[in-house]
Ligand binder design. Sequence first.
Ligand code: ARG
Ligand code: ZN
Ligand code: CA
Length: 234
Amino acid sequence: RPLSATLQVYFHVISEDSTPGGGNIPDDQIRKQMNVLNSDFSSATVTWNLVNITRTVNSDWFSNALPNTPEQTLMKATLRQGGPNDLNVYTVAFRPGVAGLGAPSSILGYATFPSDYHKKPSDDGVVILFSSLPDGATPHYNHGRTMTHEVGHWCGLYHTFQNGCEGEGDHVADTNAEASSAQGCPAGRDTCKQPGEDPIHNYMDYTYDTCMNSFTPGQIQRMSEQLRTYRGLS
Ligand code: ARG
Ligand code: ZN
Ligand code: CA
């Protein structure tokens, strides 16, 4: 049974100062990001409705809210709104060290899975690099597909290369097996002996934003099941 749902989105902008370069991205970029998300999820018949945008200046969270850190736990505990089927998204810099002086960002984003909601509801959500939004400053990853990819995880999808060529793969039957993540936008990549080329245009691979264009019907079905089972959607 296909899902037909509108989910509410709470967008939390974390910055080190009041400038766009310091993370205080303008509303306009957030609107463009929501448009990308809605267009990428249109085949999944999920609509994402932006409820509000909060803005917080906190250079510690901005730089250090990486997975499993006290900074991310406190940031989310302070700002998260809604219940299991409400999406909270946080934009940060992932620049550990002194704000502004740390290494360039090592990751683009991370997310919690539906099945983990019960463990710690306040941790639920998606954290993304602020410069990955449309018109952002990160080359090849500034068309908004980082949010699409992370929201795919938040809806219960694994990477297309999960478990490599073996066994259950990503638990979706119509994503061809893939030995490892694909980078850039390779032509004719085929890393497993099972039939079919690697799903490098799938949102759940690691290719460039402009290389990604689809979820498969099997992924869409898995998302509906996961959202129904763990996020209480009907
Ligand atoms: N590497 C990140 C993750 O595993 C996100 C990848 C996003 N890819 C992109 N083209 N924006 O969650
Ligand atoms: Zn991922
Ligand atoms: Ca193959």
